[in-house]
Design a protein around this ligand. Structure first.
Ligand SMILES: Cc1cc2nc3c(=O)[nH]c(=O)nc-3n(C[C@H](O)[C@H](O)[C@H](O)COP(=O)(O)O)c2cc1C
Length: 348
């Protein structure tokens, strides 16, 4: 288990262990203005106190018209900084590294959050969808950069760009959705130009010490593309790569003897091709399984999602070898996608 508790130095940061709380939206905790509530502050503070090494605060909208739900947290205005600062202050007391996930839903924006859904190209199955003009892409690039600058002002150690789960940046990166024939499409470099301009813009505005993580969809549409995208992103200057899925139903094939799922496998494969730290995620669940991945140098960090929701002290209990209150993996999917009150393990 020791590998899980080996400190990691990233730029000027000392990360106390290899345990990451990934972004997990708290559905309906805020309102149409997207402000942080006291409930959010307490939620993240409990998990910082519970010794998570890195906390990535839930997907937060950089533009009101890109929200995945009408109550999503926002960072589209300076007014959001004060509430976010309460989260960072509360978490920093416990020596946790804290980052904000910045997000735009693109074609998957919620109909109650925005009348139209913007994407790289029109989605023939969505009458609300429209193709972004180059000018609109430039404006959204600025929104991401300004969101990151606000995050820095709020005291975050870095941001994570949400480039997975078939949201806007994932839509741009995949040839299945991006049918553009201008400079934001056609080739891999073209499809990643939007991400590149966001990353280089954030770096320019926030300086060298601010951490830029990118959450990548490894299978959009296949692992080979995932690897190529990862290499490009490294080249653009990101500091951490967080490998998740692309929101599509096409699992990557894994070797029979691999003890984890294909999303974790994809992360371990991508790690072989980059020289920056890689976070792997999805159904890792236990300290033993997390530790094994680190020990065997298959990952630099392990993200524990739903199990850190059901047990805020997951990391501390792992360190002390105490019993953890595990997620029971509700089917067909986590009840927290409707409401945190519905979680059978955590009725708070
Ligand atoms: C309720 C809920 C909300 C989520 N919100 C986000 C989010 O804001 N951003 C994101 O990238 N992933 C989000 N995810 C995915 C998680 O970060 C994580 O990848 C997923 O739960 C798999 O990890 P696990 O098996 O350890 O829970 C969410 C998942 C759940 C269950």
């Amino acid at each position: 288990m020791n590998a899980l508790f080996k400190e990691f130095e990233l730029k000027k940061l000392k990360i106390k262990n290899r345990i990451v709380m990934p972004a997990l939206v708290n559905f309906n905790w805020s309102d149409d203005n997207g402000f942080v509530t006291e409930r959010h502050v307490k939620h993240y503070e409990e998990r910082a106190k519970g010794e998570a090494g890195i906390i990535i605060v839930e997907a937060t909208a950089v533009n009101k018209n890109g929200r995945l739900l009408p109550t999503q947290l926002g960072i589209w205005s300076d007014e959001h900084i004060e509430g976010m600062k309460k989260i960072t202050t509360a978490c920093h007391k416990y020596g946790t590294v804290i980052m904000l996930q910045i997000h735009h839903g693109g074609l998957n924006t919620h109909p109650r959050a925005a009348e139209k859904a913007a994407g790289p190209s029109v989605d023939p199955n969505k009458s609300r969808s429209y193709e972004l003009s180059v000018e609109e892409i430039k404006n959204l690039t600025r929104d991401f950069i300004e969101g990151a600058v606000r995050a820095m002002k709020a005291g975050f150690d870095g941001i994570e760009i949400h480039g997975a789960h078939m949201y806007l940046l994932c839509q741009f990166a995949t040839q299945l959705v991006n049918k553009r024939t201008d400079e934001y499409g056609e080739t891999l470099e073209g499809r990643l130009k939007f991400a590149k301009e966001i990353i280089t813009g954030i770096r320019k505005e926030t300086g060298n010490d601010f951490i830029i993580s990118y959450r990548l969809g490894a299978n959009a549409p296949n692992l080979e593309d995932g690897i190529n995208i990862a290499k490009e992103l490294e080249h653009y200057g990101i500091n951490i790569l967080h490998v998740s899925h692309g929101g599509m139903n096409n699992p990557v094939e894994i070797p029979q003897n691999f003890k984890y799922n294909w999303i974790v496998y994809s992360g371990t494969e991508i790690k072989k091709h980059v020289n920056i730290p890689v976070i792997v995620v999805n159904e890792i669940h236990t300290p033993e399984r997390a530790s094994w991945l680190i020990e065997n140098d298959l990952a630099d960090f392990t993200a524990i999602g739903r199990d850190i929701l059901t047990d805020a002290e997951w990391a501390k209990k792992a360190r002390l070898n105490e019993e953890i209150n595990y997620c029971i993996d509700c089917k067909p999917r986590c009840r927290r996608f409707e409401s945190s009150e519905l979680c059978p393990k955590n009725r708070k």
